[in-house]
Design a protein around this ligand. Sequence first.
Ligand SMILES: [Cu+2]
Length: 483
Amino acid sequence: MKDSHFSRRDFIKGAGVAGGLLLLERSVSAQTKVIFRRRCRDAGAIVRKNFKNLTAAELTAFKNGVTVMKSRAATDPTSWAYQAAIHGTTASPAQTAWNTCQHNTTHFFSWHRMELCFFERILRKASGLPSLGLPYWNYSESADPNARFLPAAFRTPANATNPLFTTNRNASLNNGTAQLSASAVSLASALPGPVDFYPFSSTVYGTPHSAIHGGIGGWMGSVPTAAQDPIFWLHHCNIDRLWNRWLAGGGGRANPPTSDTVWHNTKFTFFDEFGEQVQMTGAELLNPNVCGCRTCYDEETVFTIWDVLTDLRRFREIQIGLYKKPLVLDTRLLKFELDLNDRAPQVFERALRAVKPEEEMHFKLNFEGVKVEKPVDFFYEVYLNLPDNTPDPNYTMESYAGNLAFFGMDQTHAKQHGEKEELKLNVNITGAVKRLKDLRRQTVSITLVPAGLESREGKRLPIRSNAKISIDQVTLSVDEPDR
Ligand SMILES: [Cu+2]
């Protein structure tokens, strides 16, 4: 999957080769596909509810399902341990489908939707309640003062009798004194968000997705352990819901075009509720005639999830700024200045003029050569041109640009996937660039403000971490429609 990272140029290059390989695999898996189709009779009737709206009977069934799955041997594909290992694990030897999660690739949304769907079927059967859908945690619901607190059922009772509890989380979140930070759950960049699928996917991947992994910390802070925490499944269910909400926003928002053969034809392996191995592609996931993952969310009235783009929108990436010195990040605030090149003024001007969706430009801050030695249980808020000594920088300020989160970047995970240890992260800063009209200077300052959890009053809580993060260089670039 190395070729499917979020660079359009790489992606076009990789598409042909991988597509060809997949054609060869097709006949081999025909049989598993038939089994899969036969066993999804009940799909389509399931509603995924906001966790806080579960009935007492549904909550009991949900907990019962988790308990039953946890009681199964780790070698059983329908066990809690095996399902978590499909996402990631450090256990060896690796079993079928282990460590196959897709992060920072174009399959982020589709792979996790498949993962949730098969997990949900296993959980439902184990729960004994045939109508049970996987609940979601809507931490972004600003009207609810408790939305950013870990739901009580996951915290109390705080002992082994509670299948939803683990000590492997940020302690203050787990004891109910702290909540996720407001910037971590902010949907300002994601919804209505970019019109194009790939920048939307990469934006949500960062915030809220990775920022929340970091905020919860413990198991959730690291890919090989994340899915062991029951809250993982509610978090990803909510991320999945955002995909539907984005599509429902219309205005040309649609899934990747069929010409993206890597996205549509790559097969991923899972296990169904009978412990049978199944495979699924992106094309099958979006095909309304293939059952299996036809769940809907409680807030939905119309299904728009099948929409596929007809044409591939092409972008070219233009670099307009550079900070060419190594950075070392810790739990302190860090400020540095990026030099803008002579292409920058025209680019900013075009961005301010662009009004039609097809003219949309995406500004990205790219952190290149990222090395992370330990999981990072926090993240950084990114500000552009934040005045020095601003007393309490926060996400409501116009210079707030987004979050830099490191979920999936620690070396253990990178090595398991056979990837380079040095990785690239980008932050969508389009909103801030458009707000800041004085960007015609020669430099732009970037301030990274460490962010973790907040008190009930919304005060930042101190971050205790010895995580070490180094970055080789930072660039500012724009993805501009190629006309
Ligand atoms: Cu995740």
